[in-house]
Design a binder for this molecule. Structure first.
Ligand SMILES: [Zn+2]
Length: 508
């Protein structure tokens, strides 16, 4: 399911435009291995992010290279004529940012390497891969593109859709504001259906662009897809909690809510409660007895506080948090905390020193945070935006964040530019790859509703049925009109807003 394309022979483009939390070697907050559930609603898989080709085990790299080669040779989806060499492939696919979906619940890159060492069969275990990189150089490098590959083992399992959703979740966190897919042949129906379903717009058509193997004697049109990476994700992101809070508090809809959103808010109002602030205690939004935390910084601090009590592993810490709090991806926050935990990092180093080759087996560790902290991932300490903190937030998080973002972006830039990546150890676990394992490339078909949301959180996500509760009248518009914005936001402000929303809320 390609959705591409940039020239594989071109030098790697890095993002330079916009204010840069990424790239340069380490992953920003909120990007960590993500557990998903496949279409059968039973099979668990994990989408694992890689910020450098060196992090990808050789056998996996070779398998993916071969898969792409076969797709290219089929001649119907990618424009290249010849398969890429392994060396060309690793820079093309993983040079900036790549992700791989594998079966099972995988916590970190270390586990992927262990799977490789154990000679695990990637044909069975690897479901797909995608990359995210700038689509243009320099001043337009905040516009990204991606390419997607679904492997043989992934037929009709919802893999393409899950990767597409993850792309939409991660690309803004990598600092991109818009996505362009340059070349999607119109005959690639499976791919088009995914992009249409995920809110991409067909922003262009290149007549007769494809001279494809299966369409001898005719030239096939190619579509250009575009998508604003900040659009209508409100009910996917934490921002929806702010809207629910606003609705409960003010009895009116947030500005710009359309009919569907109003309906969702009315439904949500039956599940959530707003407990007014008392004295020192701030107001709380509560879902089924658990306090909803929508501010990424508070999420991080709560997770850190609970983890530091006994340095539990990811599952233990996540479970402890979920007893009291609710947010959408607790596990991802915990993973970030553990990765940044100095104690767990020290223990992990010790463990790895003991593990120096050959490793008979990787224990299924659940003591301390060692099950998460990967020695392959840099451990740069807390993300810059968490290093300094002032706890005098106003009750309107998004406004506050926006203001602070505007005030302190320069500070963020400084702290980031001093965050040099640490060298990535080379990993070349040489394992033979049998090309016979890789027959028959398969396209995706069918796109039922995605299990993505339910799977990505560690706890049941409240369903917000799109139904009007019969007994709940729409709230009366009883407040005075909101003050109008004096002017449209500038591009820079808009970018900051999106970065803020993506978790780059930089604060004092
Ligand atoms: Zn720890």
């Amino acid at each position: 399911m390609p959705a591409m394309l940039d020239d594989p022979a071109a030098p790697i483009l890095f993002r330079q435009s916009g204010e840069v939390p990424y790239p340069h070697g380490h992953l920003p907050p909120g990007i960590a291995p993500r557990q998903v559930t496949l279409r059968d609603r039973v099979t668990i898989a994990t989408i694992v992010p890689f910020s450098s080709p060196n992090q990808v085990p050789f056998t996996l790299m070779a398998y993916l290279c071969d898969q792409l080669g076969r797709e290219i040779e089929k001649g119907d989806t990618y424009p290249m004529i010849d398969a890429l060499s392994l060396e060309a492939f690793q820079h093309y696919w993983f040079g900036v940012f790549g992700a791989v979906m594998v079966l099972g619940d995988v916590h970190d890159i270390e586990e992927i390497h262990h799977m490789s060492q154990m000679g695990r069969d990637w044909e069975k275990e690897c479901l797909g891969s995608f990359y995210i990189k700038p689509n243009y150089p320099g001043r337009s490098s905040h516009v990204c593109t991606g390419a997607f590959l679904t492997t043989d083992g992934a037929r009709n399992r919802g893999v393409g859709r899950l990767m597409g959703e993850t792309y939409l979740e991660w690309a803004p966190k990598l600092g991109y504001t818009y996505s362009v897919f340059n070349l999607v042949y119109e005959t690639n129906v499976a791919s088009c259906r995914i992009w249409d379903a995920l809110g991409f717009k067909r922003i262009g058509r290149v007549k007769g662009c494809g001279n494809l193997k299966s369409y001898a004697g005719e030239l096939v049109d190619a579509l250009i897809y575009g998508r604003d990476l900040a659009q209508d994700d409100d009910f996917v992101s934490e921002e929806r909690f702010d809207k629910i809070r606003y609705y409960l508090k003010n009895g009116k809809y947030p500005n710009g809510a359309d009919r569907a959103e109003k309906s969702r808010l009315r439904s949500a109002a039956t599940h959530y409660k707003l407990i007014p602030g008392q004295g020192e205690l701030p107001e709380k939004l509560v879902l089924k007895g658990k306090e909803v935390i929508s501010d990424p910084q508070r999420q991080y601090e709560i997770a850190r506080g609970i983890h530091h009590k006994n340095h539990g592993g990811i599952n233990k810490t996540t479970a402890a948090i979920a007893e009291q709090y609710h947010w959408v991806r607790i596990k991802e926050t915990v993973s970030q905390v553990i990765r940044n935990c100095p104690e767990c990092s020290e223990m992990n180093k010790g463990l790895n020193a003991m593990r120096v080759q050959p490793r008979p087996s990787l224990p299924n560790i659940s003591i301390n945070g060692m099950d998460m902290a990967s020695p392959l991932a840099p451990t740069p300490g807390p993300p810059p935006q968490y290093q300094q903190h002032q706890n005098n937030r106003s009750p309107s998080p998004s406004d506050q964040l926006q203001m602070e973002a505007a005030q302190h972006s320069a500070q963020l830039m400084n702290s980031i530019s001093h965050h040099h990546p640490q060298p990535q150890p080379f990993n070349s676990y040489e394992m033979p790859v049998d090309p016979a394992l890789m027959d028959g490339v398969v396209n995706l078909r069918d796109l039922p509703p995605s299990p993505f949301l339910a799977a990505s959180a560690n706890l049941p996500i409240p369903q917000l049925p799109d139904l009007d509760p019969p007994d709940l009248p729409p709230p009366v518009e009883r407040m005075e009109p909101e003050p109008q914005e004096e002017r449209a936001p500038t591009a820079r402000e808009e970018l900051r807003r999106r970065l803020t929303r993506a978790g780059y809320a930089n604060r004092k």
